[in-house]
Design a binder for this molecule. Sequence first.
Ligand code: SAH
Ligand code: SF4
Length: 426
Amino acid sequence: MNVAESERMAGQLQAIGYSLTEDFAAADLILLNTCCVRGTAEEKIYGKIGEIKRLKMQKPSLIIGVVGCLAQKDGENLISRSPHLDFVLGTGQRGELANVVKSLEEERRHFVDVSNVSGVVDDENIFPIRAGSVSTFVPIMYGCNNFCTYCIVPYVRGRERSRLPEEIFAEIKNAVASGFKEVTLLGQNVNSYGRDHRLKNFAELLNDVNKISGLERVRFMTSHPKDLSDELIDAIAGGEKICEHIHLPIQHGSNKILQKMNRSYTVEKYLALVEKLRAAVPDISLTTDLIVGFPDETEEDFQTMLDFLREVKFDAAFTFIYSKRSGTPAAKFPNQVDEEIKHRRIYELIELQNKISLEKNLELDGKIFEVLVEGASKTDKNIFTGRTRQNKLVLFPHGSEKIGDLIRVKITQAQTWLLKGIRDFI
Ligand code: SAH
Ligand code: SF4
């Protein structure tokens, strides 16, 4: 989400004469687009803010702004703690970025606006500077209404707002016209898309996106299990461009913890969804998010989670240590888990999931997949990378294929995180 929003902010700034640089020292403007979903993300930003103070001293005309979730959360405090910052703009005020920067160019002062967390984000006259050339992100909604008890997102992103379908279509068509082959539709809970404007639900939106000519693949994230409808499963099964992959965060494998997390589903309901998805889309890959060390997680709860992983067999999982976010209900829950125990548990969890990921990938050995070619690998220009429709990373020796081609690759070596293969010609 932040990558997508950074691309949009770069577009806004380009419209008023800025261009991108990777070099901090060369920059006239530094924009820190922040995240505060976990404590570690926050610490990194505070570290970075400290680091760039030196640049401001060397070049007083430099404008430094903080935007995104941490800006929304800490507002004024960011400036009082670090006066070398020029401005702080909240998540609902992203559309104001260009105006704020222009006014600071004219008159230097501290500027903070985090007043409207659920503000309408006017994205429609923005042309993002998109990274890459094959696959790109398109936000379809902002905010979240779910209030999972551990999560700060609803507080720093405001209430759910869905973009209008025609604006989404226009943006995708634009991306396709500039060569992109794959889009990932983004939202905190895409399954509840359209509940506000009621023009289209998510399944209907997907069915329409599936018809956009020139587009080859459609992905989406994130899906909340409580809102995954049969209609959506049909859309995935029926839409030839809709990729056979779903990221469906379970968070925990124990009903006791799920309830305390306010996730509104049980392990049984989740398993029933997985069964339906696998029956309707047999080659679907399934990934998830998991949190260890949520308050009151006992050793037994943790073992229940491991058993659950052995049962579902996710293709991959993002694993997180529970991070206390002040202002969320769980921060005040009794029986917070010791750091040492959390760390031991996450290692055990990762070890098990890695074993399962490898097992799942080994099943793919010898099989042939459609791969969308993304380009040379970082370490070897003779090795190209791409992804299968199931979102598995594939490495293969480069031949005549070009970036953006859809090719067939036969898997010859499966590993935990990636597959290696050779091009298969029919
Ligand atoms: N809207 C998405 C998740 C967005 S945040 C969903 O509900 O699935 C991405 C992931 O960060 C979450 O799925 C969760 O696993 C993790 N996360 C959120 N808050 C956290 C916290 N306080 N501590 C640890 N992990 C957290
Ligand atoms: Fe956070 Fe839950 Fe909303 Fe996801 S659904 S962003 S985890 S509150």
